[in-house]
Design a protein. Structure first.
Ligand SMILES: Cc1cc2nc3c(=O)[nH]c(=O)nc-3n(C[C@H](O)[C@H](O)[C@H](O)COP(=O)(O)OP(=O)(O)OC[C@H]3O[C@@H](n4cnc5c(N)ncnc54)[C@H](O)[C@@H]3O)c2cc1C
Length: 297
């Protein structure tokens, strides 16, 4: 690890101000929020910018509130602020719980949900989770209109997102959950970042699974919905899940498209994906109708 090279920090208070700086400073400048990824890269000598633009003073990028039938989370909200937010804990408990599992307290206190998604590290908890709760993002330049897109369209590949030149991720939103829906997130972790992530949304109708949305991530280059596995799970009886998973597990592993890396071989990851998916479906079933603990953290 090296020392950080000197840089000038700019602290605009509006998206317009950020755009003006980016336009005038060009390739010499980069935005950051918590800096947990950017300054780590800089310390390893992989990124060097003479100008860094701090987004934390931009009011438009903050806040957690219901808006237009969805929960809107400002891009610079930290994992910790989401994890602790009373409305999130009451009405989106699986989101609070997923955030509580990110990294460690230091990372959660500094790191933001927007920074996590923009960095597009394949080993991301939010990127997997948000696929099951109709996650959308909003982006804009200071001189442009907001653009909304589905999360699946935002993360294009490893360390690559769909932002256009000078555009900021301004907010993330998730859909309201039906009162009889169960949502859960699980991960398998060997080092600091998750090796496998899986999330599930479902309901139960007449003893069978319905509205199943199963997402898998971290095993391959980007999180994805396991649509073929969802097809098998929808309409399956709860008592029949062991049998259904003999086929659904390998289909979920196909969707994860595991790659061999320091976390293991493709074969090993395929096995773990199937196991974690089974667990997350069980947890989502148990989550239906559960009372949520909203005592202050
Ligand atoms: C030790 C450790 C453990 C971790 N464990 C986990 C884990 O278990 N699960 C998990 O999901 N993640 C984990 N992470 C990743 C962590 O969640 C991210 O580092 C953090 O959320 C990034 O947010 P940030 O605000 O610090 O990003 P920054 O470093 O500020 O920014 C990251 C990148 O995004 C860009 N950017 C930031 N905000 C915006 C914006 N609003 N618009 C446009 N571009 C933007 C920046 O230019 C930069 O390129 C871990 C990280 C560390 C260091």
């Amino acid at each position: 690890m090296t020392r950080l090279a000197a840089f000038e920090r700019h602290c605009p208070d509006s998206v317009e101000g950020v755009t003006e700086l980016l336009d005038s400073l060009g390739d010499e400048a980069i935005v950051y929020a918590g800096g947990t990824e950017l300054f780590l890269l800089s310390k390893f000598g992989f990124a060097e910018y003479p100008h860094v633009i701090d987004l934390k003073g931009v009011e438009e990028l903050r806040g957690i509130e219901r808006s237009g039938g969805r929960l809107r989370i400002g891009a610079t909200e930290t994992h910790r602020s989401i994890e602790r937010h009373p409305e999130v804990r009451r009405d989106w408990p699986a989101l609070a719980s997923m955030e509580r599992g990110v990294g460690n307290l230091r990372v959660r206190t500094m790191g933001t949900i927007g920074g996590n998604l923009c960095f597009a590290d394949p080993h991301s908890d939010p990127a997997t989770f948000l696929l099951t709760v109709d996650g959308e993002i909003e982006a804009r330049r200071g001189d442009g209109d907001p653009r909304r897109m589905k999360l699946e369209d935002f993360i294009v590949g490893p360390y690559e997102n769909a932002l256009e030149d000078g555009e900021l991720l301004t907010s993330i939103s998730v859909g309201e959950l039906a009162p009889d829906a169960g949502v859960a997130h699980q991960k398998f972790i060997l080092t600091e970042r998750p090796a496998i992530t899986a999330a599930c949304h479902l309901r139960i109708e007449d003893g069978s699974l319905a509205d199943v949305r199963l997402a898998v991530g971290s095993a391959g280059v980007r999180a994805a919905r396991a649509e073929a596995a969802e097809g098998l799970l929808n309409g399956s009886g709860i008592s029949d899940l062991d049998r259904v998973f003999e086929e659904a597990g390998p289909l979920a592993a196909d969707a994860a498209e595991p790659v061999e890396d320091a976390n293991g071989s493709v074969e090993y990851k395929r096995h773990v994906v199937a196991v974690v998916c089974r667990r997350v479906v069980d947890e989502a079933i148990s989550a239906i109708g559960q009372e949520n603990d909203i005592r202050p953290l």
